[in-house]
Design a protein around this ligand. Structure first.
Ligand code: GDP
Ligand code: ZN
Length: 296
C-alpha cells in the first residue's frame, strides 16, 4: 500500500511490514500526466528491476475514493484511495460550524463510498452542547454518526479512537477546528504542530506537495493530504448529486420526471417532502447550492 507520495517517490508498505521507496513504471507515468495519479492508500504491485530498484508496475482497483472536483466536476482529483471513513471535523464554536460545508463533505463521502462521520470538537467551550444537539437533530436521522469530542478536555476520545484505530481514515474540515490537536490527543508522540495536518508546507517553489498516511500506534492510518482544508472548492458532478443525499433516495422514483433536478419541476416528490417538513430546509439549501455550482 502506498503510504507516502511526494516528488515522484512512492513509499510503499509491503505485506511483510517492510517499507520501500519505489518509482513508477513508464506506462503509469503517462497515466499520471493524464490525471490518473497513484495516490496514498492505493494498493500496488511492485517489481525489483535488474539494478535492484523498486518499480510500481500496477495499481489494483480502488474500493473507495475521496475525490476533489473543481469547476462543476470537470477536473476531478483523487486524494486518497481505499479510505474507510471520512471524518468531517467541525468545532462547536471558534469557528462556528457551517452546515453547507458539512453537507458538501458528506456528499464527498457518499460519492466515493467512504463512510462519513461528523466529529464536533471543542465541546469544552460554552454553548457547545446546544450546537452539537442541533447537528445531531439533523444528521442522526439521516444515518450519520455525530461524535462529541474535546481535544482539550479529553472528552469522547474513546469513540474517536474507534474511528481512527482501524483501517484508513481521513480528517477533513476547515483549518482551526482541531484536527491536528485530536490526532495529538490520541497519540501525543506524533506531536503534530497545531494546524499541521492537511496543510501545504512552505510557499511557492518550496511547497512540498507530499501526501502521507500517518501510522498510528493503535493500528489505524490517518490521511494527511494538502488541500483537505480548502473545503470550499469541493464539488460534485450534477448527475451524481441527488444520490448523495440519503433522504432523497426513497423519493426519487416518485418524481414525475426521471431526470428531475428537484428544483423547479412539477410533481416533484422531493419538493413535496420539503414543503411537508420531511426534508430539512438547510439540507435542501445545500443541495441547491451544490447543484447550481455543478451546473454552472
Ligand atoms: P486544525 O487546523 O484543524 O489542525 O486545528 P488545530 O489542531 O491546529 O487547532 C486549532 C486551534 O484550536 C488551536 O489553537 C488549538 O489549540 C485549538 N483547539 C483544538 N482543540 C481544541 C479543543 O478541544 N477545545 C478548545 N477550546 N480549543 C481547541
Ligand atoms: Zn424531483
Amino acid at each position: 500500500m502506498v503510504h507516502r507520495v511526494g516528488g515522484g517517490v512512492y513509499t510503499v508498505a509491503l505485506e511483510s511490514g517492510e517499507t520501500v521507496e519505489a518509482a513508477l513504471r513508464g506506462r503509469l507515468k503517462l497515466e499520471e500526466r493524464e490525471g490518473d495519479q497513484v495516490v496514498i492508500g492505493d494498493r500496488v504491485r511492485i517489481e525489483t528491476t535488474g539494478d535492484g530498484a523498486q518499480v510500481i508496475e500496477g495499481v489494483l482497483p480502488r474500493e473507495t475514493t475521496i475525490t476533489r472536483s473543481r469547476f462543476g466536476g470537470r477536473t476531478v482529483k483523487v486524494l486518497v484511495a481505499n479510505a474507510d471513513r471520512l471524518l468531517i471535523v467541525v468545532a462547536a464554536s471558534h469557528p462556528k460550524p457551517r452546515r453547507e460545508l458539512i453537507d458538501r463533505l458528506l456528499v464527498v463521502g457518499e460519492l466515493g463510498g467512504v463512510v462519513p462521520v461528523i466529529v464536533v470538537n471543542k465541546m469544552d467551550l460554552d454553548g457547545a452542547a446546544e450546537v452539537a444537539g442541533e447537528l445531531e437533530q439533523v444528521y442522526v436521522p439521516l444515518g450519520y454518526d455525530v461524535l462529541r469530542v474535546s481535544a482539550f478536555a479529553g472528552e469522547g476520545l474513546d469513540g474517536l479512537a474507534t474511528q481512527l484505530c482501524e483501517g484508513i481514515a481521513a480528517l477533513a474540515g476547515p483549518s482551526g477546528v482541531g484536527k491536528s490537536s485530536l490526532v495529538n490527543a490520541l497519540e501525543p508522540e506524533h506531536a503534530l504542530r497545531t494546524g499541521e495536518l492537511s496543510r501545504k508546507r512552505g510557499t511557492g517553489r518550496h511547497t512540498t506537495v507530499s501526501s502521507s498516511l500517518i501510522q498510528l500506534r493503535c493500528g489505524g492510518l490517518v490521511a494527511d493530504t494538502p488541500g483537505f482544508s480548502d473545503v470550499g472548492v469541493w464539488g460534485v458532478p450534477k448527475e451524481e448529486l441527488d444520490r448523495c443525499f440519503p433522504e432523497f433516495l426513497p423519493l426519487r422514483s416518485s418524481c414525475r420526471f426521471r431526470e428531475c433536478s428537484h428544483l423547479h419541476e412539477p410533481d416533484c416528490a422531493v419538493q413535496q417532502a420539503l414543503a411537508g417538513g420531511v426534508i430539512d430546509s438547510g439540507r435542501f439549501e445545500s443541495y441547491r447550492i451544490l447543484y447550481q455550482e455543478s451546473a454552472a
